[in-house]
Ligand binder design. Structure first.
Ligand code: SF4
Length: 289
């Protein structure tokens, strides 16, 4: 296993921003967390300057300890019943047109936080009915009732990231199960017509091109409408080491492969994250629909 590889030029990004700007101030006022900050997203400067962010519900502590992820693994924090309303107000104040909300994984909650997600979607709809809503959910430990709870709130997009190829789950997502995640995506299409499904994964963890092709085929098979691919970046020396910095041309080739398979929308590039330019992708998809 590779322990250290020098970062290539194409991964250099402009310096991030603090919470001093408009986005930061709004987040502070409403006491909200973002995955942009918690996961140290390389696009934070760009997204915050553009007036957007991805809200992270249910605290800052995750009940899982994935080896790729910077979000803190620690005892869960109390659920804030006001959070849905605060998220909705922040979205209105920020003028966000396409809201992306995610959460830490909360295996301690009986529904994994599904009702909280649903409450957020409803609160956003109530205040800003014109805003489209994308939820990026955890796997709810395969609880399909929890999935139905979220779908009943009618988000526009149900996103669940598979994160990597099945062969790397043991090293990268030891508490997750690839087939369980895939089943969740399959059920979105079965249970809720009119809701788009989306998934994404990282490259550079040691996957082979054959494994990526097979994964794209599986995502197509379960009817995924949008697939995102981005370069894995190691958050710290304690995290899983980068095995490869995948060249932008390879990202482009995978995108072609996904489109050729029949996946309607694929966004693939070193700095792509599942919420990166999410509005533009959704607009593109709807233009095709
Ligand atoms: S790409 Fe997504 S997670 Fe990263 S800064 Fe932008 S909105 Fe936040």
């Amino acid at each position: 296993m590779q322990d250290y590889i020098r970062k290539p030029e194409w991964l250099r990004t402009k310096i991030g921003v603090s919470r001093c700007g408009k986005v930061g101030r709004t987040l502070n006022e409403h006491g909200l967390n973002t995955v942009c900050e918690q996961a140290d997203c390389p696009n934070q400067g760009e997204c915050f300057r553009a007036g957007t962010a991805t809200f992270m519900l249910l605290g800052q502590h995750c009940t899982r300890n994935c080896t790729f992820c910077k979000v803190t693994f620690a005892p869960p924090q109390p659920v804030d019943p006001n959070e849905p309303q605060e998220v909705a107000l922040a979205i209105q104040e920020m003028g966000i047109q396409h809201a992306v909300i995610t959460s830490v994984t909360r295996d301690d909650l009986p529904d994994g936080g599904a009702a909280h997600f649903a409450a957020c979607v409803r609160a956003i709809r109530e205040i800003s009915p014109e805003v489209t809503v994308e939820v990026l959910i955890p796997d709810f430990q395969g609880d399909l009732d929890a999935l139905c709870t979220v779908l009943a709130a009618r988000p526009d997009i149900l996103n669940h990231n598979v994160e990597t190829v099945p062969a790397l789950y043991a090293q990268v997502r030891p508490q997750a199960d690839f087939e369980r995640s895939l089943e969740l995506l399959r059920r979105v299409k079965q249970y809720a017509s009119g809701i788009y499904s989306k998934s994404g994964f990282m490259l550079g963890l040691g996957e082979t091109p054959q494994q990526v092709s097979a994964l794209l085929a599986r995502l197509h098979e379960v009817g995924c409408d949008i697939v995102t691919m981005g370069q894995y970046l190691r958050p710290s020396i304690q995290h899983y080491p980068v095995q490869e910095y995948v060249h932008p041309d390879q990202f482009a080739a995978y995108k072609e492969e996904a489109l050729a398979l029949g996946i309607p929308c694929c966004v693939s590039g070193p700095l792509v994250r599942s919420s990166y330019h999410a509005k533009q992708d959704f607009d593109r998809l709807k233009g095709k629909a």
